[in-house]
Design a binder for this molecule. Structure first.
Ligand code: ADP
Length: 629
């Protein structure tokens, strides 16, 4: 008989592809996956041998008889192995381990007996014979169909008994494997013995198993990736919501602080009673502390949402160092601490960088040093290093003889909202945000912050920042006493802006804020007109000429930007060229860009500092300043 081996070759190739695909793509730790791969290999080997014996049976003289006999014997063993491994596959899939139960033990016995029978067949010819290399069926030939089918049916029975171990799809696939493999075998046995289709049908069954039982890993991976993506998006949305909330909250809190600090300033200016002055001083300190907490939260939310911008300007290193030192001087002296400053005289004096943020970093480290030191000293050392032709690394090291940090807490100090020793630090005010912001700011400026500390001995925090230098001028020996007297001096208010002829308009929906600016300008003698809305402002500007207008940004109905737009659009308005300054409780970076783009001549952030307020007015309105001299 001539055999058609095309289907066997196709089955071997498809089986190989499935084997590699399931090995590479779904490297599962499930033992059933290993069984599946074994089944595929058996299938490939079986299909190859089926094709080989098909050819040798068609051409009796092609190979020696012993080769033909061996090939046929191994082929029949492989045919059984497919059913055997399939049953093992289903059972290990269900239990995720090999189970040495009665069923499996019987199966092993059957398989072993079958193998023995196959070997005996070489002498007995019970299964098949090869007289003159021509293949003939033996009396027990039927078992070569019957036993593999038995294993497949056994697997089906095991699957039905453990239906719950499968999903619906998987169960259908397992059930489907039985008829598809049986159909091939039956067809070949009954109708087309010369066309070898039994292997291709089993291969199709394997393919179905691949995409149902073996792919959950892949599907799970896809599902997990989808879930991760969703979780990432949710986390981003939550972070944004948190940052927005913090930004909104700090905006809301800045408005009442503006009133507290502003009104307190008026008490300090006008009151003569020492006790009341002391109370007012305390309110001022508390107000500024609260403000710095709010600023920290705002900075934190801005850094987190990636809205933080570094704005480079020209500045002098000596001024920055002295300003930072002077800022902590009072508090250090109150605690009896020595404040030392050491500057490398070769350090560059003229720097280009974000002076506000550099100050913030150095002040933060100095404030902490004073805060966490009971006695001894606080020392600021400034060094530098050339980075490249126009960049330098400025090194600010702040050491103290304070409480120090335990080694196990060193990692915590740069983490947001974490404090090194909650118990020990309980009495010291703090949010645990300062150093985290300091570190992130330093990183934004191409630098870093590090710490070395010994518990109960002291700490050294070092900030290294990249700054630009256009022209190198050494800092030399700056006058370290500069500004000290000024700090120690008791503050006596002297108005910088005085002009009784001036007319100033303030627009803000918050009455308290209106009162604050009006009060702060009391000594200037200027007329200060108050408007509670954009509409009211637009009405007034057509009637009277103002020297300067202060306009709140966030107002209900018509905000400051809209009001300004309409004001500029008023034809022939007498205030068409009046300078308009934005008032904002959102101390956002890039605010100047945003407000100048909106047509404002400048902006003031709340809480309004009277120094900034008067300086700004002096830029636009003539000051008579006489009363002051
Ligand atoms: P805060 O001071 O508001 O708690 P920081 O972020 O500035 O937050 O500091 C975090 C923690 O690092 C502090 O709570 C404190 O435990 C520790 N720390 C910071 N600076 C020093 C210092 N100079 N000496 C000792 N501990 C410090």
């Amino acid at each position: 008989m001539k055999y058609n081996i095309h289907y066997d070759i196709a089955a071997a190739l498809i089986g190989l592809v499935i084997f590699f695909f399931s090995s590479v793509q779904y490297s599962s730790i499930r033992i059933s996956n290993k069984m599946y791969k074994l089944m595929c290999l058996t299938l490939v080997l079986g299909a190859v041998l089926d094709a080989f014996t098909g050819v040798t049976s068609s051409n009796p003289d092609m190979v020696p008889m012993w080769v033909n006999m061996t090939a046929n014997t191994v082929f029949f063993i492989m045919s059984l192995s497919i059913g055997f491994t399939y049953e093992l596959y289903v059972s290990t899939f269900i239990h995720n381990r090999y189970r040495n139960d009665l069923n499996n033990r019987i199966n092993i016995i059957i398989a072993v007996l079958y193998c023995i029978l196959m070997i005996c067949n070489i002498w007995t010819g019970w299964i098949f014979t090869l007289e003159n290399n021509v293949y003939e069926f033996g009396p027990l030939h039927i078992i070569t169909y019957f036993l593999p089918s038995y294993f497949v049916l056994d697997a089906l029975a095991v699957a039905i008994m453990n239906r719950k171990a499968f999903t619906k799809k998987q169960f259908i696939a397992v059930v489907f494997y039985t008829p598809i493999s049986a159909v091939g075998m039956l067809f070949q046995m009954l109708f087309i013995p010369d066309i070898l289709v039994s292997y291709i049908s089993s291969t199709l069954g394997c393919l179905v198993l691949l995409f149902t039982l073996e792919t959950p890993d892949y599907k799970k991976l896809m599902q997990t990736m989808k879930e991760l993506d969703e979780a990432r998006r949710e986390a981003q949305a939550a972070t944004k919501a948190k940052s927005d909330f913090l930004a909104r909250m700090s905006h809301e809190i800045r408005t009442p602080i503006n009133a507290v600090i502003g009104m307190d300033e008026m008490i300090l200016r006008e009151n003569e009673n020492d006790d009341i002055n002391m109370y007012a001083n305390n309110i001022q300190t508390a107000g500024y502390t609260l403000l710095s907490v709010i600023n920290d939260i705002l900075d934190f939310s801005k850094i987190e949402s990636g809205k933080y911008e570094i704005v480079d300007v020209d500045y002098k290193l000596s001024t920055l160092i002295l300003d930072c030192r002077n800022l902590i001087l009072n508090r250090a002296e109150e605690k009896g601490l020595r404040v030392e400053v050491e500057i490398d005289e070769t350090a560059p004096e003229m720097i280009v960088g974000d002076t506000v943020r550099v100050r913030q970093i150095v002040t933060n480290l100095l404030t902490n040093a004073v805060k966490y030191t009971k006695e001894g000293y606080v020392k600021l050392s400034v060094g530098w290093e050339k980075k490249n032709d126009n960049e330098v690394l400025l090194k600010f090291a702040v050491s103290d003889s304070g409480i120090g940090i335990a080694p196990e807490n060193l990692d915590k100090v740069f983490t947001s909202f974490e404090r090194a020793d909650e118990v020990q630090n309980h009495a010291i005010e703090g949010t645990g945000l300062g150093l985290s912001i300091t570190k992130q700011l330093a990183e934004l400026m191409g630098g870093s912050v590090s710490v070395e500390s010994t518990l109960n001995k002291g700490s050294t925090f070092t900030a290294v920042l990249t700054q630009k230098v256009d022209k190198y001028v050494p800092i030399g020996h700056p006058d370290l006493l500069a500004g000290q007297e000024k700090v120690m001096e008791k503050k006596v208010y002297k108005p910088k802006f005085v002009n009784p002829n001036a007319c100033i308009m303030v627009v803000d929906d918050n009455k308290m804020n209106l009162m604050v600016i009006k009060s702060l300008l009391k000594k200037s003698g200027a007329t200060v007109e108050l408007c509670e809305s954009g509409e009211q402002c637009l009405e007034k500007v057509t009637k009277k000429k103002y020297d300067i207008i202060f306009m709140d940004h966030m107002m209900p109905h018509m905000d400051g930007i809209e009001t300004l737009k309409r004001l500029k659009a008023l034809e022939g308005c007498i205030n068409g060229s009046t300078p308009v300054i934005a008032l904002t409780a959102n101390a956002m970076s890039g605010a100047d860009r945003i407000y100048s783009a909106a047509g404002f001549d400048g902006y003031l952030s709340k809480p309004v500092s009277y120094v900034e307020l008067e300086n700004l007015i002096c830029n636009y309105v003539e000051t008579l300043d006489k009363g002051d001299k």
